[in-house]
Design a protein around this ligand. Sequence first.
Ligand code: GLY
Length: 327
Amino acid sequence: MTQIKKKNSSSFGILIHGGTKIKKVGKNSEIDEIKKSLRSSISVGFDLLKKGKSSVDSVEASVAVMEDGGVFNAGTGSCLTIDKKVEMDASIMNGKDVSAGSVGMVQGVQNPIKLARQVMERTDHVMMVSGGALKFAKLLDMYIEQNEPNQKLINKFNILIKTAKNKWGKNSDLLAKSLDNPYPDQDHGTVGAVAIDREGNVSAGVSTGGRWLKMHGRIGDSAVIGGGFYADNRSGAACATGKGEFIMRRCLCKFACDQMQFTNASVSSKKSITLLTKQFGKNTGGLITVDTKGNFGIAYNTNQMPIALIDSKNEKIKIAMEYPKLI
Ligand code: GLY
């Protein structure tokens, strides 16, 4: 097996995001909650890097904290399908040997990102979904009884389904018989992390509940290699958030990584989001990247994308609701 490894990276670090926001978050309490969750997530991931752990360990741990926090659309905060159920997607990729694992339509698992890592490391497969993923989770004792969605999520579901303008055009036509009202698209609270470790290995990890009121069985970019995530020591690592259908159609994270062979993380992320915007319009997504020199990139075409960043150059956590206020 060929392993591409970059020795003696000049710096190591991690960049995480909490999903794109179409409307700016107005409430200070909500902003505080988001920043607090980002801070605890990135602290865990960076501590591992400092201890010499791999970038895979770092992104897995950081994403798991965001899944547990209930603040973002992932893990316990996952959005609901049109059938009022949770169906989560997650993925992880190691740039050292381009190994990858992803899970789709997962229910009853506390940390889908951890299950994705098990797919990567303990099976011969890359993607496992639905009943097969659950069977696998049970085998590893990672299955918990699925709780009913909490009241906050039910309340949001009830608002969305009654009041907003339909943006799931084809689904709406298809489901018209079972829906009294059209329903909307919403912010994309998918979480993600990219990291580079002391050895110069890059990784990406992503987790999401998908999109509000999606149809049962829909899987988005967060489980699709090259779409919502990619990592390769030849170029860099990327993970995306936004409208998964568009992100998959552009193979956005593979595109971003390919760009990083010729340019840096910042230019690559901007080029990728420009491509997405030109083809599918504004409010369609965001992307974070790290290249193999340890540079980070952030780009999005919505109003906000909460971000946290820390690297070994100054070991100071930077958090912002909007880039470029971050750096
Ligand atoms: N980007 C998350 C999703 O569309 O599922």
